[in-house]
Design a protein around this ligand. Structure first.
Ligand code: COA
Length: 343
C-alpha cells in the first residue's frame, strides 16, 4: 500500500465517522463494509435486507456493520417528508409534472432509489457521508446528492477529481508522490468561472486529503500566450479569476502539460513562475481532456487512480467506478471521512 493511502487510513480512523453504503446488493460493497469496520476506519451503515445480504454473502463477517432496511426502518417516513419538502415546486424534466405531487410519491421514490435514501440520511444528520456507484452510473449516483445535499457555502459547483498516486519507486515529475487531476468526472464543459471554482475546490482537496501545499496549473494547449484561440482565452480568464478568489494559493496559467510539470520546459516557456515545472494540482479545460488525461497517466504511466472523488458538496458523497474492487471502496470510504471532517 502506498504511504499516501496508509496516511489517509490512519487519519480517517481517528475521526470515527459514519458512512452509508446504499448498495447492499453488491458483494464488493458488502466485503468493503466488513473490511472498513474490521480496520476501524469508520462506522458503516449498509442499506438492504439483512437476511438477503447474509444469504448472498455467507463468508463475510458483518459483525459491527449496521444493516438498515429502508422498507422497515422507522425513519423512512421522515426521510420521505424531507424529500417532499426539499423538492417542492420542482418539475420532472421528462414528464413536465411536479417531481413529487404527494409525500407518498417521495416515499415510493426512496424505496426504489437507495442512493436518494442515503442522501436524505446525510441531509438529516444520520450519517456523515456516502460512497456509492459500484452498480449505478455516475449520473444516477450523483444526481440525488446534487438535488438534496447541494453545494457547500463559498463553492459554486460540485466537481470531481482523481488522486493520481505515483507508482512504487516514484516518478521524477511528481515530487509529492501524487497529483490531483480535475475535473475528470463530472462537469462537461466548464465556463471560466466554473473552472476557477473547480480549481479552488481542488486546492482545498490537496490540503485536506493529502496534506500537500497546492501548486495549481490551469492546463491548455498554450503556455503564457504561445497560442491564440477562444479555448485559450477561457483558461486565461479562469486563471485571472482564480487569482482574485484565491490570492494566497500558488497558481499559474495558462500552461501546457510539460510547462506545468517539467522544470526544464517551464524554464523556457514560463520562466520566473513559482508553479510552472512543479505543479501538483492539474486543472483540465474540460471533461474530455480531464477524463482522457487521467486514463493515460493510469494506463501508460502506471499511476494508481483513486476516484472519481467529489468536491464541493455540503456533505461528502463519492462515486465509484463500476469496475471497482472492494479495496477501492475501502479507500473511498476513508477519503469520505476526511472530507466530512473538512467543514
Ligand atoms: C451529474 C449529471 C447527471 C447532472 O445532470 P442532470 O441530471 O441533467 O442535472 P440537472 O442539470 O437536471 O441538475 C440536477 C440538479 O443538480 C444540480 N447540479 C447539476 N450539476 C451540478 C454541479 N456540477 N454542481 C452543483 N449542482 C449541480 C442542478 O442545479 C439541479 O438542481 P435542482 O434540480 O435542485 O434545480 C451530469 O452533470 C452528468 O451526467 N455529468 C457527467 C457524468 C459522467 O457521465 N461522467 C463520466 C465520467 S466518470
Amino acid at each position: 500500500m502506498s504511504n499516501i493511502l496508509e496516511g489517509i487510513f490512519q487519519r480517517a480512523s481517528a475521526l470515527n465517522k459514519t458512512i452509508v453504503l446504499p448498495e447492499g446488493e453488491d458483494k464488493r460493497v458488502v466485503a468493503a463494509a466488513s473490511d472498513v469496520v474490521k480496520k476501524g476506519i469508520a462506522k458503516i451503515v449498509l442499506l438492504g435486507d439483512e437476511n438477503e445480504i447474509k444469504q448472498n454473502n455467507p463468508d463475510v463477517d458483518l459483525t459491527g456493520v449496521t444493516v438498515l432496511n429502508p422498507v422497515t426502518y422507522e425513519k423512512t417516513d421522515a426521510y420521505a417528508e424531507l424529500l417532499f419538502n426539499l423538492r417542492a415546486g420542482k418539475i420532472n424534466k421528462k414528464t413536465g409534472l411536479a417531481e413529487f405531487p404527494e409525500i407518498e410519491d417521495a416515499k415510493k421514490n426512496i424505496l426504489k432509489d437507495y442512493t436518494m435514501y442515503a442522501a436524505l440520511m446525510i441531509k438529516m444528520g444520520d450519517a456523515d457521508g456516502m460512497v456509492s456507484g459500484a452498480c449505478h452510473s455516475t449520473a444516477n449516483t450523483l444526481r440525488p446528492a446534487l438535488q438534496v445535499i447541494k453545494t457547500k457555502a463559498g463553492t459554486k459547483l460540485v466537481s470531481c477529481y482523481f488522486l493520481m498516486v505515483a507508482p512504487e519507486g516514484g516518478n521524477k515529475f511528481c515530487k509529492d508522490d501524487c497529483f490531483i487531476f480535475s475535473d475528470s468526472g463530472l462537469v462537461q464543459n466548464p465556463t471560466s468561472e466554473e473552472l476557477a471554482y473547480i480549481a479552488l475546490s481542488s486546492a482545498e482537496s490537496a490540503q485536506a486529503i493529502v496534506g500537500m501545499e497546492p501548486k495549481v496549473a490551469f492546463l491548455s494547449h498554450s503556455s503564457k500566450g504561445s497560442a491564440k484561440h477562444a479555448d485559450v482565452d477561457k483558461v486565461v480568464n479562469a486563471f485571472n479569476l482564480f487569482k482574485e478568489i484565491a490570492p494566497t494559493v500558488k497558481a499559474e496559467g495558462e500552461l501546457q502539460l510539460d510547462s506545468a510539470i517539467v522544470p526544464e520546459v517551464a524554464a523556457l516557456k514560463a520562466p520566473n513562475s513559482e508553479v510552472a515545472g512543479q505543479a501538483n494540482v492539474l486543472i483540465f479545460p474540460d471533461l474530455d481532456a480531464g477524463n482522457i488525461g487521467y486514463k493515460l497517466v493510469e494506463r501508460l504511466g502506471g499511476f494508481t487512480a483513486i476516484g472519481p472523488l467529489c468536491q464541493g458538496f455540503d456533505k461528502p458523497v463519492n462515486d465509484l467506478s463500476r469496475g471497482c474492487k472492494a479495496s477501492d471502496i475501502v479507500a473511498a470510504v476513508a477519503i469520505t471521512c476526511l472530507q466530512a471532517n473538512n467543514k
